[in-house]
Design a binder for this molecule. Structure first.
Ligand code: HEM
Length: 519
C-alpha cells in the first residue's frame, strides 16, 4: 500500500470520522490514479424491504460484477462476477475471513467450522472432513430412505383425508430428523412429535436468521440482553441444546471407551455411524466446547439448507408438469418399489439434474459473506483490508451473460451424460456448495439426501399447489424461505405396473432390497 493509503487506514483505526477521511482518501487516490469501484447510491430502502438479494440483482445489472453499497458509515462490496468470486473464495482465500457472519453466528456456533477462521478452522477442517467418508455417506442413504418413508406415511394420511399440507415445515422436520441422527445419533423424531428440544432448535435457528437480517444488534445491548423475554427464551433454548449435546457426547464417549476401536480412514461403528462417534473414535483431542460448536454448526448447516432445496424443488416441479412426469418415469424405472441405494445415486441422473437446476435457481444461502483481512486487488480495483463483501451466488446463478434463459427451470441444460456440474467445471458461474478451501463438507451427503427424498416422494405422490394457497413469495434468513409456506395438495399416484427388465433384475440381485417400499 502507498504511504497515502497507509495514512488513511491509520487515521481510520485511530477513530477519525469518515466525513473527514473520505475527502482525504479521495484526494490521495486521485493522485494515485486508481480506478474506483462503482458505487450504488440511494438503494438502501429497497434492500430493507424484501428478500435483499432481489434488489441486489437489479443493482448488479446496472453497476456490474463488483460495486459498492453504502449505508451510513457502513459499506459493502457486492460481487457477482465469477472471476472475482473465484479469486476471493479460492485463489486468494487466505486474505479473507468470515467477518460479519462469524460475529452474527457466534452465539450459537461459537468457533464451529462455518464461522471459524485461521488456525482453529484449519485444525477442525482437517479433523471433520474425513468423518464424511464415502462409506459413511453410503450408510446414510438407508437413513435418508427411512426418514423419507416416515414423511410418506404422513402424506398418505393427508392424501387419504383430503387435507392440504404445508411442505416447507415438513421438509424442515425431515432434514432435522436426518441430521440429528447422522451427526450425533439423536432422534429428534420431529416428524412425529413436538418436543422441547425440537422447539429449542427452532428458537435458536430463528434467532440466528433474525440477527442476520436485523439492522440494529439489540442483542448486544448490555441490560436488554438480560431482561428481554425473547433473549431469555433464546438463552434457555441454547442451554437445553448444550446440555443435550453434552449428554450425547458423554454417552458416545462411554461407547467408544467400551469398544475395541480399530481406527482407520473408513472407520464406522455399525450401531452408531454418526460423525460424533467417528470424531471421538479418531482420538480427536478437542475441548468439549469446540466439539459442541462443531456439532451445532453441522446441525444448522445440514438442516435448513437441504430443507430449502427440497422446498424450492417441489415448488419448481409444481409449475412444470412435463419435468415432473419425466422425473417420475425415471424413478419408476430405476427404483420400482425399492428404497434407494448407493447404486441408484448414479442411475437417478435426471433426478440429479432437477436438483442441480433447483440449486442454480435457489442457491442456499443466496449470498456468501467474507471480510478482507489483507489489502487485495479485485479485477482492476485495489481494496483495503477490513472490507465486508457479499458474493451474490443468486446473481452468479442468474447472470444473463452466463446462462441462456437464466430464469427458466430447465434441468435439460445439463446433459445427462455430462459431468455433474460444480464450481470447477462451471468456472465459478455455478457454486451451489461454495468453492475453494471453505467449500461445503456435506456436499455429497446433501446431494444424496435430496435425491433420495425427491425420488421417494415423487414415486408415490403427485404434488400440486393447493387451491387458494397464497402466492409463494421469498424471504431471507440464512436460506431462502417462503413467506407463507408451500401449501400443496398431495395425491397418491396410481401405481404404475412394474415391468422387470434385465437391468432391474440384475440390480435386484446385486443390492440390498430387503426393505421393500410398502407402496
Ligand atoms: C459450507 C451449502 C449441506 C456442512 C457450505 C457452503 C455452502 C454450503 C455454499 C460454503 C459457505 C461459505 O463459503 O461461506 C450447502 C447446501 C447444502 C449443504 C446447499 C444442502 C443442500 C450441508 C450438510 C452439512 C454441511 C448436510 C453437514 C453434514 C457444512 C460445513 C461448512 C459448509 C461444516 C463449512 C465448511 C468450512 O468453512 O470449512 N455449505 N451445504 N452442509 N457446509 Fe454445507
Amino acid at each position: 500500500p502507498s504511504l497515502g493509503s497507509l495514512l488513511v487506514s491509520s487515521l481510520a483505526k485511530l477513530g477519525m470520522p469518515s466525513a473527514f477521511l473520505e475527502p482525504l482518501s479521495n484526494l490521495i487516490n486521485a493522485g494515485e490514479n486508481y480506478p474506483k469501484i462503482p458505487e450504488a447510491k440511494g438503494a438502501i430502502s429497497a434492500i430493507r424491504s424484501e428478500a435483499f438479494f432481489i434488489p441486489l440483482y437489479e443493482l448488479f445489472l446496472t453497476y456490474g460484477g463488483i460495486f459498492r453499497l453504502t449505508f451510513g458509515p457502513k459499506s459493502f462490496l457486492i460481487v457477482s462476477d465469477p472471476i472475482i468470486a473465484k479469486h476471493i473464495l479460492k485463489d486468494n482465500a487466505k486474505a479473507y475471513s468470515k467477518g460479519i457472519l462469524a460475529e452474527i453466528l457466534e452465539f450459537v456456533m461459537g468457533t464451529g467450522l462455518i464461522p471459524a477462521d485461521g488456525e482453529v478452522w484449519r485444525v477442525r477442517r482437517r479433523v471433520i472432513v474425513p468423518a464424511l467418508h464415502l462409506k459413511y455417506v453410503a450408510a446414510m442413504i438407508g437413513l435418508f430412505g427411512e426418514a423419507t418413508d416416515r414423511l410418506c406415511k404422513k402424506l398418505d394420511a393427508a392424501a387419504y383425508n383430503g387435507e392440504d399440507v404445508e411442505m416447507e415445515s415438513l421438509f424442515s422436520r425431515l432434514t432435522l430428523d436426518i441430521i440429528g441422527k447422522s451427526v450425533f445419533n439423536y432422534d429428534f423424531d420431529s416428524l412425529t412429535t413436538d418436543n422441547g428440544i425440537v422447539e429449542a432448535v427452532y428458537t435458536v435457528l430463528r434467532e440466528a436468521e433474525d440477527r442476520s437480517v436485523s439492522p440494529i444488534p439489540t442483542w448486544e445491548i448490555p441490560i436488554w440482553k438480560d431482561i428481554s423475554p425473547r433473549q431469555k427464551k433464546v438463552n434457555e433454548a441454547l442451554k437445553l441444546i448444550n446440555t443435550t449435546l453434552d449428554d450425547l457426547i458423554a454417552i458416545c464417549k462411554r461407547m467408544v471407551d467400551e469398544e475395541d476401536v480399530q481406527f482407520n480412514e473408513e472407520y464406522m461403528n455399525e450401531s452408531d455411524p454418526s460423525i460424533l462417534h467417528f470424531l471421538l473414535a479418531s482420538g480427536d483431542n478437542v475441548s468439549s466446547k469446540q466439539l459442541r460448536d462443531d456439532l451445532m454448526t453441522m446441525l444448522i448447516a445440514g438442516h435448513e439448507t437441504t430443507a430449502a432445496v427440497l422446498t424450492w424443488t417441489f415448488y419448481l416441479l409444481s409449475k412444470e408438469p412435463e419435468i415432473m412426469s419425466k422425473l417420475q418415469n425415471e424413478v419408476d424405472a430405476v427404483l420400482g418399489d425399492r428404497f434407494p441405494t448407493m447404486e441408484d445415486m448414479k442411475k437417478l441422473k435426471y433426478t440429479t439434474r432437477v436438483i442441480n437446476e433447483s440449486l442454480r435457481l435457489y442457491p442456499q444461502p443466496p449470498v456468501l459473506i467474507r471480510r478482507s483481512i489483507d489489502d487485495d486487488v479485485l479485477d482492476k480495483y485495489p481494496i483495503k483490508r477490513g472490507e465486508d463483501l457479499f458474493i451474490s451466488v443468486w446473481n452468479l446463478h442468474r447472470s444473463p451473460t452466463h446462462w441462456v434463459d437464466a430464469d427458466k427451470f430447465n434441468p435439460e441444460r445439463w446433459p445427462l451424460d455430462g459431468p455433474n456440474p460444480n464450481e470447477s467445471n462451471q468456472n465459478f458461474s455455478y457454486l451451489p456448495f461454495g468453492g475453494g478451501p471453505r467449500k461445503c463438507v456435506g456436499d455429497m451427503f446433501a446431494s444424496f439426501e435430496a435425491i433420495v427424498a425427491v425420488a421417494m416422494l415423487v414415486r408415490r405422490f403427485n404434488f400440486q399447489m393447493a387451491l387458494g394457497a397464497p402466492p409463494v413469495k421469498m424471504t431471507t434468513g440464512a436460506t431462502i424461505h417462503t413467506t407463507e409456506g408451500l401449501n400443496m395438495t398431495v395425491t397418491r399416484r396410481m401405481k404404475p405396473p412394474i415391468v422387470p427388465t434385465l437391468e432391474t433384475q440384475n440390480l435386484g440381485s446385486s443390492v440390498n432390497i430387503t426393505e421393500a417400499d410398502p407402496v
